[in-house]
Ligand binder design. Structure first.
Ligand code: PLP
Length: 445
């Protein structure tokens, strides 16, 4: 094993924390999410690989918080961005490319009749909630409690442990139901009849969508006058180029996209049925809704990038590739788990385009220290993988190398189970993002 030094990354940490609250602009990238002595700061990326400021090379998974689905510095995408930047980027009136991008999107997602672009996924999900509240005249929102993130805004963050600064009345307006559990949806409507503006959930997370559940939920929503919103931030451009809704042949009232549609550039979308979306328009004379209007919403190079992403997906059948390569990765990882007798301790699950692993301790309890150990040993060997979400740039040899590394990590994981983790874990454990205090549950082992 090459000995990797993390000297410069470690030295930069203090400056990061002095300049940026949390030491990162996104909590999921924060130091508390990575092993204490192995927190690489990235200098550059190409394809599925990144290099840190110490010059270490890594195979990376879950790039750009799952946004970079084609690969880093992907030539056709960067060229599309440069081409558009050279034509100008933002004017006083709409640019023709705004229509072109909207029509491209609507062709991909047959259930959507109108679309409006934003920059972040949260722009889109919060706009969906606002539109549902405006249409129904209701304040309450039903969120799927099994799905970990919908928005940086109060209607969602109010439901987490980090709800400081969010008014109590807003927190109380967000209520929850469970995925694939029609009883929980019925119970919610029974408890708050005629009060819920919309239900929002990801079409799929780890377990496949039960279509029976979906159709029953849709019928209940219709009966209640509640809108159904599918958040396709992760499933969009991974399950199907037109999202999981197209894959499953279902039509929500509203849906939200982002992440992979821009391969790391900033673009998101709120899409849906005309009768709702049009409330944000100029062609009706009902009371108006202020729907997604931002300075950078139509930043032209992001729109050009989106259309280039669509072209690449079509040219190479990227969705089929995710299926192929994800299955290889899943099978390879499962073999390692079996070979090292780690069943019940390490698990790989999810859709081939969105694979994640979970870690358990010697008592088969979900374990952050064991997650830390897994990451510590992978990072030491050149694998940066908080998840195993791959992209189009993960070729056979990259996945093979990933599996070789995981095979070595598995040996240590097994020893830590048998001999105690203290002997192997070099620093404090990673921590859940949603916690009240920074140091409340800081586990050293
Ligand atoms: C399912 C889901 N919805 C919405 C969002 C919010 O997107 P953004 O971080 O671009 O605001 C995320 C981000 O991780 C997400 O995973």
């Amino acid at each position: 094993m090459i000995k990797r030094a993390f000297t410069k990354s470690l030295q930069l940490q203090n400056r990061f924390h002095a300049a940026i609250p949390g030491g990162a602009h996104t909590y999921a990238k924060g130091d508390d999410q990575f092993p204490e002595f192995y927190p690489p700061i990235i200098a550059r990326g190409k394809g599925c690989r990144v290099w840190d400021v110490d010059g270490n090379e890594f195979i990376e998974y879950g790039s750009g918080l799952r946004a970079v689905s084609l690969g880093h510095a992907y030539p056709e995408i960067n060229e599309a961005a440069y081409r558009q930047m050279n034509l100008g980027n933002n004017y006083v009136r709409p640019a023709a490319i705004e229509l072109e991008a909207a029509e491209t999107f609507l062709e991909l997602v047959p259930g959507a009749e109108m679309v409006k672009f934003g920059k972040n996924g949260s722009d889109a999900t919060s706009a969906a909630v606002k539109l549902a509240r405006a249409y129904t005249g209701r304040d309450m929102v039903g969120l799927c409690a099994d799905h970990p993130f919908f928005s940086i805004d109060d209607w969602f963050i109010g439901t987490t442990a980090i709800n400081r600064g969010i008014p109590q009345n807003l927190i109380e307006q967000s209520v929850t139901f469970l995925y694939n559990d029609i009883g929980s949806v019925k119970a919610l409507f029974a408890r708050y009849p005629g009060q819920i503006a919309c239900l929002i959930m990801e079409p799929e997370k780890y377990d496949p969508l039960d279509l029976n559940f979906y159709h029953q939920m849709q019928a209940l929503c219709e009966a209640e006058g509640t809108l159904l919103v599918l958040d396709e931030m992760i499933t969009g451009f991974r399950w199907h180029i037109g999202g999981a809704q197209t894959h499953y042949g279902i039509v929500p009232d509203l849906s939200t996209f982002g992440k992979a549609m821009g391969n790391g550039f900033s673009i998101s979308a709120l899409a849906g049925k005309r009768k709702y979306m049009e409330l944000g328009g100029l062609q009706h004379n009902e009371e108006r809704v202020f729907l997604l209007s931002t300075t950078h919403g139509a930043e032209n190079h992001a729109l050009a990038v989106f259309m280039a992403v669509v072209e690449e997906y079509k040219k190479h059948d990227v969705i089929a590739y995710f299926q192929y390569q994800g299955e290889r990765l899943r099978k390879g990882m499962q073999q390692i788990i079996d070979q090292h007798h780690l069943a019940g301790y390490v698990d790989i699950h999810g859709h081939p385009a969105s694979l994640v692993f979970s870690t358990r301790d010697q008592d088969q309890q979900s374990s952050q220290p064991f997650r830390t150990l897994f990451m510590q040993e992978s990072i030491k060997r050149g694998l940066l993988a908080p998840s195993l979400i791959l992209g189009f740039s993960h070729k056979d040899e990259d996945v093979d190398q990933t599996l070789e590394i995981i095979n070595e990590v598995a040996v240590i994981y097994r020893k830590a189970l048998d001999e105690g983790i203290d002997k192997y874990l070099e620093g404090r454990s990673v921590q859940p993002v949603y916690r009240k205090l920074n140091h409340e549950a800081l586990q050293t082992t």
